[in-house]
Design a protein around this ligand. Structure first.
Ligand code: RET
Length: 292
């Protein structure tokens, strides 16, 4: 926050020689600011700033609601699908926490002073998003593999392979995300696309066979889940490209933050609910076949 706290609210500063130094410093800063009016300016408009704030807020609500729904309704599925539903809720819960941090970081990075938006100097932290993905993307893959109910050996080997590839994809994307230089962004984007394409291939082709073995009621839903994964995942590398395609400054920042928020709601909350519905259908199919 950009509030000027009275010195007395910082007890550790009382009685030190900081007061005259602070005075000199603030004189220096204000004169620099005066002669360099660009110092605290931001390319974001107030409207863009608030739009992004609203999207972060919406994402927090969506993740919180999905977590509650998934965990409360977990008892509706058979034992063998409970882990998948638990993990779905974990993914949205981890995202709930990270969006809370992302929102706080966004609010600390900017302030509205005399009706104008200024950067506070405390930069928006893009790492929360990547740490979130590092945890949630491998979990999402495990979730999808678990609900397929492959053999134990296949479940373990596919989870490990796709989980490791997902982690590599995210780590390779980060240096590009934090760079303003287009050639650097293209380089890391291209490297990150390699594990991305392998994952998409594996999900689409590798799990197609598994889909055919699903019971009637769940087969088309599992197909939908595969599609939803690929479509929502494809959104991320496209959002990353916005700042490289002639969209600049505040527009680019807004597109990226809003774009990733929408993608996260679809890939985590909507996908999690779909996994839950699949688990319910498979539970019904299993019970039906036992009864029959
Ligand atoms: C990056 C960097 C640019 C290239 C690629 C990327 C892919 C990101 C993906 C993220 C998926 C996140 C999900 C989160 C939900 O929990 C890192 C943007 C390919 C695919 C599904």
């Amino acid at each position: 926050m950009l509030q000027n706290q009275p010195l007395a609210s910082h007890p550790h500063q009382i009685g030190t020689i900081e007061f005259p130094i602070n005075n000199t410093l603030s004189l220096f800063i204000s004169s620099t600011y005066f002669f360099n009016p660009k110092l605290n300016m931001t390319e974001l408009t107030i409207g863009q700033y608030q739009l992004v704030s609203n999207f972060f807020s919406l994402t927090i609500a969506a993740m919180g609601a999905a977590t509650a729904f998934l965990w409360i309704n977990r008892s509706q599925v058979a034992d063998q699908y409970k882990t998948a539903v638990t993990i779905s809720g974990l993914v949205t819960f981890i995202a709930l926490y990270h969006y809370w941090r992302i929102f706080a970081s966004w609010e600390e990075a900017y302030a509205i002073v005399d009706g104008a938006l200024v950067a506070t100097g405390k930069e928006f932290n893009p790492a929360y998003r990547y740490v979130d993905w590092l945890l949630t993307v491998p979990l999402l893959l495990v979730e999808l593999i678990l609900v397929m109910k492959l053999s134990a050996a296949e479940t373990a080997s596919k989870s490990l392979k796709l989980g490791v590839l997902a982690a590599i994809m995210i780590v390779l994307g980060y240096p590009g995300e934090v760079s303003d230089v287009n050639s650097t962004r293209w380089l890391w984007w291209s490297l990150s696309m390699i594990p991305f394409l392998v994952i998409v291939y594996e999900l689409f082709v590798g799990l197609k066979g598994a889909q055919d073995q699903q019971p009637e009621g769940a087969r088309s839903l599992v197909g939908k889940a595969r599609f939803l994964v690929v479509a929502s995942w494809a959104f991320y590398p496209i959002v990353f490209l916005f700042p490289m395609l002639g969209i600049e400054g505040g527009d680019a920042k807004t597109f990226v933050e809003v774009g990733y928020s929408i993608a996260d709601i679809v890939a985590k909350a909507v996908f999690g609910i779909l996994i839950f519905v699949i688990a319910v259908k498979k539970t019904q199919a299993d019970r039906g076949s036992i009864a029959g």
